[in-house]
Write a protein that binds this ligand. Structure first.
Ligand code: 5GP
Ligand code: MG
Length: 186
């Protein structure tokens, strides 16, 4: 089991620095407005908590207002992409209509998850939809390019399966404080 954790790709201090920068970007982008953050469960929980705190810090002495909503999306079966299932919370529409929305995810791979969630949010009549992901994979261009790319990316990484800082492999390793590669053959 321990043998599933491979090389550390992004150590925790680099994550913290980048999260602080992204917090400043959000403080600037949403100054004086009240966006709804739609976080895609469960992978982005660690990133989400650090990011909104960094945003609050960066906005000082202002007090940035925001709402938080969670959507559940399940697309991976082990390390293989499968069908995208989205579960929206009850009454989301009333809380999103007419407001800026920031969709947050852990990692952008084929883009199918982000595209599917953004379609749902657009249907709910958000006024300005932006997307932020911690990681984006550099993939070989095969087939159709994704319909949407994230507005902001924390780190671009090579096309390999990663774990840690919220990302799991079969439910495990979300609590690693760094991003690591899943060990070959795990
Ligand atoms: P996409 O729909 O863009 O292909 O994949 C996005 C979703 O797949 C992410 O929200 C994440 O849950 C999962 N995913 C994609 N690549 C990885 C990876 O390398 N590691 C982990 N743990 N999850 C991944
Ligand atoms: Mg996910």
């Amino acid at each position: 089991m321990r043998g599933e954790v491979g090389k550390i790709l992004i150590p925790s201090d680099r994550i913290a620095d980048r999260v602080r920068e992204l917090g400043r970007t959000l403080a600037d982008t949403y100054a004086g407005r009240e966006p709804v953050v739609v976080a895609i469960m469960k992978g982005c929980v660690l990133f989400l908590a650090d990011l909104v705190r960094a945003w609050g810090e960066a906005a000082r002495p202002e007090h940035p207002a925001m709402d938080l909503e969670f959507v559940s999306v399940c697309s991976y079966e082990g390390t293989e992409p499968g069908k995208v299932h989205i579960t929206l919370p009850e009454g989301l529409e009333a809380r999103v209509a007419g407001r800026p929305v920031l969709v947050l995810d852990d990692i952008f791979d084929t883009g199918r998850t982000l595209v599917a969630v953004c379609r749902e949010v657009e249907r709910l009549e958000a006024v300005e939809l932006k997307t932020l992901v911690l990681l984006a994979k550099r993939r070989a261009a095969t087939g159709e390019p994704p319909e949407r790319k994230p507005d902001w990316v924390g780190f671009e990484i090579e096309d390999r399966f990663v774990i840690g800082y919220g990302l799991d492999y079969r439910g495990r390793w979300r609590n690693l404080p760094y991003i690591a590669a899943l060990r070959e053959g795990a």
